[in-house]
Ligand binder design. Structure first.
Ligand code: ATP
Ligand code: MG
Length: 430
């Protein structure tokens, strides 16, 4: 009887020495969670064969699935395939298909095939081979007792490219024959994790086969819902019902799903409504423009970004009146509004957002402590500003401010009154 569902074994001296960060475990864990499988333990060993053998035997005894990465390459220190065979008394046999693929790749690049490259085509007997679409070392998997063991190369890009097939062809049939799994990530901004937890308490309890996980993702929060049922259609129905309940409780704090970044949502809303955007940035230093321009197709909606850092830049680039700067200070509601208005007019855009604030660590005052940020939004009817107080160090304040600006835009584009924007956790003080 297996006590663990999934365990991960990463192999490599460089991992133990701290020279590289283990990316593969998190990739595998995330992808497995998408199909409702929870990783319960993750272990790293060095390139020593006996260490790998011991770990494999122990893990196979107590788990349903063991996912292994690293050490499948052609060099002396790549011993995982040997260890896999030896651990379970299997021979290593030449896999013709894998060898053919290695030969083809070498021919294509005009390289000479050396015996150690051929080593990569040897896999334990009775293993299923998994083609590596971006490298030479194939992966493989076999069952030992009730445990499925899957071996993948160490290169993160190769692991990524092979996981889809591994999960569909090997893991799913082994773990949940006859079970369909659907999952969705809900992306949330403007609510604390504890508030989300409180609002969601018991909300999905009556949905059998549905599980919920909360994943804080600064400055956002995410909820992962996994629905299991006997058929894909039933799983999808469960997921939709879960979604309905989540949206009912969390309202428009849910801004998107799965891989959809906030900037993509904003881009889509701008594009669909045929509106254009300009930004005027002081404390965010171009981050809002950067995020918007990360979206392919942003040129359709994004016209111009001004990074107006000094008071003089605010005057020259955006037409902020010097008297206002002098009277109110650069970090003020009036200046934020003037920046947004100026950006909108000078870019000839339908909408503009602006940021001005104190990202720290110095520059704070009693009135305006570090983290004080004014954001403004301008359209053809005028400009509105909001004062926020964000926590954290400089980088976090910039990220949160840019996220809040994009989120305000999102809600505006979804039809919300531009004056109504608030982030309950951002503000403490008068
Ligand atoms: P190769 O054919 O490249 O030798 P391999 O299967 O033998 O592949 P390794 O030699 O263990 O794998 O690692 C190959 C590369 O991938 C190295 O640069 C290594 O640093 C990196 N790598 C290995 N394991 C991980 C991991 N868990 N996370 C991130 N990078 C990794
Ligand atoms: Mg190697």
């Amino acid at each position: 009887m297996s006590s663990h569902e999934v365990e991960i074994l990463t192999v490599g001296d460089e991992l133990l020495r701290g020279e590289i960060v283990d990316v593969n475990s998190s990739t595998i864990a995330r992808r497995l969670l998408d199909v409702g499988l929870q990783v319960e333990m993750s272990v790293t060993v060095g390139d020593e064969k006996d260490e790998i053998i011991n770990a494999l035997r122990e893990m196979a005894r107590r788990s349903r699935v063991v996912m292994v990465t690293g050490g499948l390459g052609p060099t002396q220190d790549d011993r995982t395939a040997e260890a896999a065979a030896e651990a379970f008394g299997r021979r290593l046999i030449l896999h013709e298909g894998a060898l053919e693929r290695i030969k083809t790749i070498f021919r294509k690049y005009g390289l000479e095939l050396t015996p150690n490259n051929m080593k990569q085509a040897y896999v334990p007997e009775d293993a299923q081979v998994i083609i590596n679409p971006v490298g030479t070392a194939p992966g493989f998997g076999f069952k030992e007792g009730g445990c499925l063991l899957v071996f993948l190369p160490g290169v993160p890009r190769e692991v990524e490219s092979m996981l889809g097939e591994v999960i569909e062809r090997l893991v799913k049939p082994h773990c949940s024959p006859g079970t369909a799994v659907r999952s969705r990530m809900f992306r949330i901004f403007g609510m604390t994790e504890s508030k989300i937890d409180q609002l969601m308490k018991g909300a999905l309890d009556s949905l059998e086969g549905v599980s919920l996980a909360s994943l804080p993702h600064y400055p956002e929060n995410r909820l992962r819902v996994v629905a299991r049922a006997s058929t894909p259609q039933k799983a999808e129905e469960l997921l939709l019902e879960a979604q309905r309940r989540i949206e009912e409780r969390l309202g428009d704090c849910v801004y998107g799903f799965d891989d959809e970044e906030l900037e993509v949502v904003v881009w889509r809303l701008l594009y669909e409504s045929g509106r254009t955007l300009a930004v005027a940035e002081s404390c965010t230093g171009g981050l809002i423009a950067h995020r918007i321009t990360n979206v392919p197709g942003s040129s359709e909606v994004f016209l111009r970004g001004f990074v107006a850092y000094s008071p003089q830049a605010k005057v020259e680039l955006l037409g902020v009146p010097p008297s206002v700067l002098e009277r109110e200070g650069a970090v003020s509601a009036t200046v934020a509004e003037a920046m947004a208005r100026g950006a909108r007019e000078r870019a000839g855009a339908d909408l503009a957002v602006a940021s001005t604030g104190i990202a720290g660590p110095s520059g704070g005052t009693e009135d305006k402590p570090v983290g004080t940020v004014y954001l403004a939004l301008a359209d053809s009817n005028g400009a509105w500003s909001k004062r926020f107080l964000f926590r954290g160090e400089r980088g976090q304040i910039k990220i949160t401010a840019s996220t809040a600006a994009l989120d305000w835009l999102r809600l505006y584009l979804q039809g919300r009154n531009p004056q109504q924007y608030e982030i309950p956790w951002s503000w403490r003080g008068p």
